[in-house]
Design a protein around this ligand. Structure first.
Ligand code: UD1
Length: 421
C-alpha cells in the first residue's frame, strides 16, 4: 500500500457517501467465533486492515475464516481446538487483539496473549480486563511480555464494579461471562453502541443478557451457543468524520446509512458551531447553516453518551478555522493531542495545557507536508487538507487504512482532489 496521501485543498464537497459497518464493533464481534464450534457470519463488514489482522489472529487460534470482499461478509468457524496463544507479532499491530482473552478463558480455561503495550495515544493498560476476569475466577501471570491466564474448572459469575468506564474491559468481561456458571453483574459498564451490538449478536447466539446500553449489565451463563448471522452496526466515527468533511469544506453531503441517534452529543456540538445535520429515513444531510461561518465551542470528551474521543482530532481540525477561541478537554486518553503539532504546521493556532487544547480560529489553513501519528489524528489532517490553501502531503498513512474504508474513493466521489502517492 502506498504510504502518502496528496490533497489539493479548497474544493467544496458535494455528493453522497455510504457509511460502512463499525470497525470497533466488528473487531469485538469476530472473537465471538471462539465461544462455540458453530459458525459466526457477519454482514456489513468494513473493508479495513484491522479486520484482516483480527482474521489472521483468529486463524492462528484455529478458526477458518472466509471473507467476501464484494458482499462485505465474513464467516468464521472454529475448526481446531487447542491453540491458545495470541502472538506478539499480531497483537502489536492491533490492541483490540486483547479481546480474544475472555473467549479463550471461558471456553478452554486458558489463554496466552501478548501484552499490547502502549500506543501513540497513551499507555492504555489492560489492568481492568484482568481484574474483571480474575473476579470471574481466572488467574494470571506475566511472562516474557505475555499475559498467561488459567482457569481451574470453569469461570463463575459474580458482581464486578469497574472503577471507570472501559469499552474493551466491558466487552472482554461480557464475552467471558456468557459461558460462566451463574449470574454476572457488571456495574459502571460501557454503554457504547458497539457494546449494544455485541450483546445483540450474543443474544442471537443464545446468550442471556439484560441491561446493555445501561450502566449495569446482567448476564446469565449458558452452556451451548448456536450458529448465527449478524449485521454489524454502522460506524458512527466514520459518519462523524464525513459530517466534518462536509462542514469543513463548506459543502453539502448526503451520508447513506447514517443515523443521528448514535452520535447525539457530537451532533449537538455541530449545531452549536453552525452545521445543520438533518435525518431522513435512510440517510443524513449535512451543510453549514451559513456559508463561511463556523462558530467556536467548548468540548469535553467522555464515555458514551458523551462526546467521543474518537472524534476529538477531527473536531479540532474544524475548530481551527472557527470564529473565536474553542477549548477541547481530552478526558479519556492522556496523550491524544499528537495531531496538534501537525495542524500547527498547517497554520492552526493551538496551545496545549495538560489535557486541554485551546484553539484560536484562523481565517485560512495552509497546505504542508505532515505526518500521520495514529488513526484519528491522521484523518484530522485529511480534513484540514480539504480546506487548506494549497497542497498537503500526509506521510505514514497506513494508520488511515486501519479505520477508514476506501477513504480516497469516498472523498473523490464528492469532488475532493485526493490521491495516494
Ligand atoms: C475503545 C475503542 C477506541 C476508543 C476507546 C474509547 C475499540 C477497538 N477501540 O478502545 O477506538 O477510543 O474505546 O472510546 O473498540 N484503561 C485502563 N485499564 C484498562 C482498560 C482501559 O486504564 O484495563 C483506560 C485507557 O487507557 C483509557 C480509558 O481506560 O484511558 C478508556 O479506554 P477503553 O474504553 O478501554 O478503550 P479501548 O477499549 O482500548
Amino acid at each position: 500500500m502506498k504510504e502518502k496521501i496528496f490533497i489539493e485543498g479548497g474544493k467544496k464537497l458535494s455528493g453522497s457517501i455510504p457509511i460502512a459497518g463499525a470497525k470497533n464493533s466488528c473487531l469485538t464481534l469476530m472473537p465471538l467465533s471462539l465461544l462455540s464450534d458453530q459458525a459466526l457470519s457477519l454482514n456489513n463488514v468494513p473493508l479495513l486492515s484491522d479486520v484482516h489482522t483480527m482474521k489472521e489472529l483468529l486463524e492462528s487460534l484455529g478458526c477458518e475464516a472466509s471473507f467476501h470482499n464484494l458482499k462485505k461478509t465474513i464467516k468464521i468457524k472454529l475448526l481446531r481446538e487447542g491453540l491458545f496463544l495470541a502472538d506478539y507479532n499480531i497483537v502489536k499491530k492491533m490492541r483490540a487483539s486483547i479481546l480474544v482473552l475472555g473467549p479463550l478463558l471461558t471456553r478452554f480455561g486458558q489463554g496466552i496473549v501478548a501484552l499490547p503495550g502502549g500506543c501513540a495515544i497513551g499507555a492504555r493498560p489492560v489492568d481492568m480486563h484482568l481484574m474483571a476476569l480474575e473476579a470471574l475466577g481466572a488467574r494470571f501471570s506475566i511472562d516474557k511480555g505475555y499475559v498467561k491466564g488459567m482457569v481451574a474448572g470453569s469461570l463463575k459469575g459474580c458482581k464486578i464494579k469497574f472503577p471507570f468506564v472501559s469499552v474493551g474491559a466491558t466487552a472482554n468481561t461480557i464475552m467471558a461471562a456468557v459461558l460462566a456458571k451463574g449470574t454476572t453483574e457488571l456495574v459502571n459498564a460501557a454503554r457504547e453502541p458497539e457494546i449494544i451490538d455485541l450483546c445483540k449478536c450474543l443474544k442471537s447466539m443464545g446468550c442471556e443478557i439484560e441491561g446493555e446500553g445501561e450502566n449495569t449489565i446482567i448476564i446469565e451463563g449458558v452452556t451451548n451457543l448456536r450458529e448465527t448471522t449478524h449485521e454489524v452496526v454502522m460506524d458512527r466515527i466514520e459518519l462523524g468524520t464525513y459530517i466534518i468533511a462536509a462542514a469543513i469544506s463548506d459543502g453539502e453531503i448526503k451520508l447513506t446509512g447514517g443515523n443521528i441517534a448514535l452520535l447525539e452529543a457530537f451532533i449537538n456540538k455541530l449545531h452549536e458551531v453552525g452545521v445543520e445535520v438533518t435525518q431522513a429515513s435512510d440517510h443524513l444531510r449535512v451543510k453549514r447553516l451559513k456559508s463561511n461561518v463556523i462558530n467556536c465551542t467548548n468540548i469535553v470528551t467522555e464515555p458514551f453518551p458523551g462526546f467521543p474521543t474518537d472524534l476529538q482530532a477531527q473536531m479540532m481540525a474544524l475548530l481551527s478555522i472557527a470564529n473565536g477561541v474553542s477549548n477541547i478537554e481530552e478526558k479519556i486518553f492522556e496523550n491524544r493531542f499528537m495531531h496538534v503539532p501537525e495542524l500547527i504546521r498547517m497554520g492552526a493556532n493551538i496551545k496545549i495545557d495538560g489535557r486541554k487544547a485551546i484553539i484560536s480560529g484562523v481565517d485560512q489553513l495552509k497546505g504542508a507536508p505532515v505526518q500521520a501519528t495514529d488513526l484519528r489524528a491522521s484523518v484530522s489532517m485529511v480534513l484540514a487538507g480539504l480546506v487548506a490553501n494549497g497542497n498537503t502531503v500526509i506521510d505514514k498513512i497506513h494508520h488511515i487504512d486501519r479505520g477508514y474504508e476506501n477513504i480516497i474513493e469516498k472523498l473523490t466521489a464528492c469532488g475532493a482532489v485526493i490521491k495516494r502517492l
